[in-house]
Design a protein around this ligand. Sequence first.
Ligand SMILES: Cc1cc2nc3c(=O)[nH]c(=O)nc-3n(C[C@H](O)[C@H](O)[C@H](O)COP(=O)(O)O)c2cc1C
Length: 414
Amino acid sequence: MHDVTAIAAPQIQPAVGKNSNPRYTELYRRYPTIDYLRRAARHKLPHFAFEYGDGGSGKDDAGIRRNWAALDAIELLPRYGVMPSLPPCDVELFGRRYAAPTGVAPMGSPAIVWPGADRHLARAAQRARIPYVLGMAGGATIEEIAAIAPDVCWFQLYRAANNDHAIGFDLLRRAAATACNTLVLTLDVPVRTTRAREVVVGLGGAFRPDLKMLAQMAMAPGWTSALWKNGIPRFASLRSYAGTNPSINDVIAFARREMGGAFTWEEVAKYRHRWNKTLIVKGILHPEDAEKAVALGVDGLFVSNHGGRQIEALPAAIDALPAIVKQVGKRATVMMDSGIRSGTDVVRAYALGAAAAFAGKAFLWGLGALGEEGPGHVIDLLIEETQGALGQLGARKPDEVRSVEIRHTAALQF
Ligand SMILES: Cc1cc2nc3c(=O)[nH]c(=O)nc-3n(C[C@H](O)[C@H](O)[C@H](O)COP(=O)(O)O)c2cc1C
């Protein structure tokens, strides 16, 4: 028989949720789920900003819809009679305690969706104690973000291989000099693909607002005032390499020249050699690639299809997850992203063996609906829903959900 008095209290008390955010109830009544934030973001943002954050690749965002449908299709069978109160959902990742098995996935130029986004995301993640992955193509430097979010900051790199990785290795050196303890190498963007919604709103290349974009900005006063305050710095971590006092478009052009292709396994090995803290690869969908990464000494990986932003023919990350957990789960920390829109989705991924399930677009919808308050509300919703789903399933802590019966008929078999 379970000893219900032995249920552990949460080991850390994150400053989130209805107990600490005085506006939580008000926000919750307007935005009780992440879908409500998406709907509001569509109306409140300049059209181009929403399209940048919300769109995917290929025809009709089919990859995004596949991620959502695959998660929705997973059923978890509850056990009752054991769960008297809301369970804690804090977890350990790479030796650090986090408030929930979720985090903010790396994003390039989230500041297009909401100027100042990188800093708002970092602040909210630090307050709540969930991981925040700063994108190399983000709008704040690794030094700034590590100062804002010293306990939760991770840093993502794309390949910048010119002059024997001069910039990539220098970014690694800079990250090592900050509080950032985790480096994420993205492998799943070997080529640039078309994201149609970005192209038609005029975001295909340099940032040159045309009349249409200016008219959209004029209709979005919240966004425009955030623009006055923050500007839209892009590739901020790369700015210092791009010459004296470069303009935003100089930095964009420089970044396009320097960044390209995706890391080869030989290059992953070089980064492993130089980085002695936690190393993660992102974008894995095949168990044999997971095996290669682990053989090179990588500590963790993200099963991901880049949120449906590369090509729409990729399988849903959640469907690739179980086989990858089976292959390397005992030797590395397997996490996932792509399609997470609720704490229930986080619990689905956790039940299937993910140590954490991160979200990207959900945080952009939060920013679009609520500006700088948005990321905190998304985190509050994710945590409360995670606890709610664990409780409903009779799991007194996250690990117990791994023993529920799961129907996952689309799981990839290798
Ligand atoms: C606007 C946007 C920009 C992104 N930029 C990056 C990036 O610079 N590096 C990266 O590794 N992933 C990037 N991603 C992918 C995310 O890290 C993550 O894999 C994806 O968003 C997860 O799917 P979701 O949006 O359905 O949660 C980006 C995603 C979005 C939405």
